[in-house]
Write a protein that binds this ligand. Structure first.
Ligand code: PAF
Length: 286
């Protein structure tokens, strides 16, 4: 394992990228907000399988947090993250300061319209504008061949796919399956906020989704019935529901019934105390 090179400025990234291209190498980018877990590391390993070099970014992006959200307490561990990136074969890590990414006078933002509507887009106004802005900046800076994101943030993945397509960035956006704890809980940096009791109750999110997927696979096509099934473990575990919806997996348009051959997605958000967790799963009727 080698410790990845730490880059702090856009100029250092440009030099790195030019050098890489001079050597004729391909580049995979894994943007993150740090406090890395197995989900992030699996993206880096997949990046290394697809490209010669992997770069990761670690930046807790202030523009994607609302005024009452957890920006200041978002967990951080740069030293630990660098070691993990090295073990997952990332060659460089870009970890800029907020004032480097958003200097005084900064005024350019990217909005992805359709994919940002509903779900987390409604509950967290401005969130996807912040995500799209920072991801567009990172893609323009690194000019990677491939950029990898987890399906855990499914709506975010759809926003980024649209962004890369519409702005013709020439990058392949790759979504990779959610990595889960043994009891089904989706891995997330925010799981660190949970008390032992909340952690135990948090498995209700994936339990509900798995029940929906099993019912769909057994032929249940009615979305209202599926949602009732997915909601019941949340009520039992006293998880405050933010939303549980079934949407078209490609367009995210709302569905009232599943159709054979048309992939759907169940997406859930719920609160354990003050911690908001999200998860989602593919649904398919036979
Ligand atoms: O998924 C995340 O960690 C962030 O939203 C991202 C894509 C790195 C943008 O800040």
């Amino acid at each position: 394992m080698t410790t990845p090179r730490l880059l702090k400025t856009p100029q250092e990234v440009r030099w790195f990228e030019r050098d890489l291209r001079r050597r004729g190498q391909t580049l995979a980018l894994v943007p993150t907000m740090g406090f890395l877990h197995e989900g992030h590391l699996s993206l880096m390993r997949e990046g290394r399988a697809r490209c010669d070099v992997v770069a990761a970014t670690i930046f807790v992006n202030p523009t994607q947090f609302g005024p009452r959200e957890d920006l200041s307490r978002y967990p951080r561990d740069l030293a630990g993250d660098l070691a993990k990136c090295g073990a997952a074969s990332a060659a460089v890590v870009y970890a800029p300061e907020p004032a480097t990414v958003y200097p005084d006078g900064y005024q350019t933002y990217v909005s992805v319209e359709q994919a940002s509507l509903g779900l987390c887009g409604d509950r967290r106004p401005g969130h996807f504008r912040g995500v799209a802005t920072v991801v567009a900046k990172l893609l323009a800076l690194f000019r990677p061949d491939v950029a990898l994101f987890g399906e855990k943030d499914y709506q975010q993945l759809k926003v980024i796919e649209a962004l890369a397509r519409d702005l013709e960035l020439g990058v392949e956006v790759v979504g990779r399956p959610t990595v889960r704890e043994a009891d089904g809980l989706a891995m997330s940096s925010r799981n660190a906020y949970l008390s032992p009791d909340e952690r135990e109750r948090a498995r209700a999110l994936s339990k509900g989704l798995f029940a929906m997927a099993a019912a769909a696979a057994a032929g249940q096509a009615d979305v209202a019935a599926l949602v009732a099934l997915g909601t019941s473990p949340l009520a039992e575990a006293n998880v405050r529901l933010d939303y549980l919806e079934v949407r078209d997996a490609a367009t995210l348009s709302p569905l009232t019934a599943l159709t054979p051959g048309r992939p759907a997605r169940a997406l859930v958000a719920g609160f354990l105390g003050t911690t908001r967790l999200i998860d989602n799963l593919a649904l398919q009727v036979p």
